[in-house]
Ligand binder design. Structure first.
Ligand SMILES: C[S@@+](CC[C@H](N)C(=O)[O-])C[C@H]1O[C@@H](n2cnc3c(N)ncnc32)[C@H](O)[C@@H]1O
Length: 271
């Protein structure tokens, strides 16, 4: 039986990671959505990306079909998603296996924001090959990821987030998540067959321990203190800038970025 920490994890990502409307719009624009497209918001959570897609389609007067997919039915039906019209299909799907319900070459665009690291390392390549399979020729995948470049940074970051998840009571997240490096992502994409792999916009990625406390450690002061101590010791390898004022500690951990990859034309061995 699948246990799902996300069924009870109520976090606001925009608040926790200072995500702006402008960044979300750039992400959606990167997908080059056009009329007639079937667009999939993969690992959609409570639908922030879906809502941005719908606003974009309205502004550009595009007639498109939008589907949002997540492993957790609770996330798909959070109050934040209530304004999403019923015409947007909500699909409960555990990736990568669950993607088998989608036909080969059945969607035009797949957008996945902060999703791939949710699946264990050994399943990540299959998530990407499944996305490749369901995309139509010349279909576009757009991902939003944290850029981790080297192994030492990766280990420190992985340990800090793993410890946070465990202390905050999310054992399954602590066990499953794998924060891949940029070279691993490029390898998955290349092996799946994607071409024109482009890194587009990027912006700072920071971890604000006070915001994490508000979102994930409600009523767990001691656990949060323990995590802060652990993070400080561990992130001294990884962090570029650390700002402190009172209870507030912000680690600037490099960048997150948008990556766009295109499915090859069926008939051509290259594009
Ligand atoms: C960090 S949240 C990101 C949500 C959304 N993309 C956003 O950025 O606002 C990750 C989401 O992935 C979902 N998820 C985790 N593992 C999954 C899987 N194997 N298949 C489908 N969804 C999954 C979780 O339920 C959660 O809603």
């Amino acid at each position: 039986m699948i246990t799902d920490d996300y069924s009870r994890r109520v976090v606001n990502y925009e608040e926790m990671h200072d995500i702006t409307k402008d960044q979300l719009e750039k992400f959606v624009e990167a997908a080059r959505i056009s009329t007639g497209n079937i667009v999939l918001d993969a690992m959609a959570g409570y639908g922030t990306v879906t809502k941005t897609i719908l606003r974009f389609a309205k502004k550009e007067r595009l007639d498109i079909t939008v589907k949002m997919l997540d492993r957790s039915i609770e996330q798909l039906h959070r109050p934040e998603a209530s304004e999403i019209p019923g015409a947007v299909e909500r699909i409960v799907c555990d990736m990568p296996r669950g993607l088998e319900q989608f036909g080969t070459m059945s969607v035009d665009r797949v957008l996945m924001k902060q999703g791939l690291y949710e699946v264990p390392k050994e399943e990540q390549a299959r998530v990407i090959t499944e996305i490749y399979r369901i995309l139509k020729p010349k279909g576009i995948f757009v991902g939003w990821h944290i850029n981790i470049d080297d192994k030492q940074d990766q280990t420190a970051f992985q340990e800090v987030i793993q410890r946070k998840d465990a202390l905050a009571g999310y054992k399954e997240l602590a066990a499953r998540r794998y924060f891949f490096r940029v070279d691993e992502l490029h390898h998955y994409l290349g092996e799946a067959g994607f071409c024109r792999i482009e890194r587009l916009d990027h912006w700072e990625f920071s971890l604000d321990t006070k915001k994490v406390k508000a979102q994930e450690f409600s009523g767990k002061e001691e656990a949060w203190e323990e995590w802060c101590k652990f993070s400080d010791a561990r992130l001294n390898i990884f962090y570029r800038i650390r700002r402190e004022s009172g209870e507030k500690v912000v680690y600037h951990l490099g960048h997150q970025s948008i990556i766009r990859a295109t499915k090859r034309l069926k008939v051509a061995p290259y594009c």
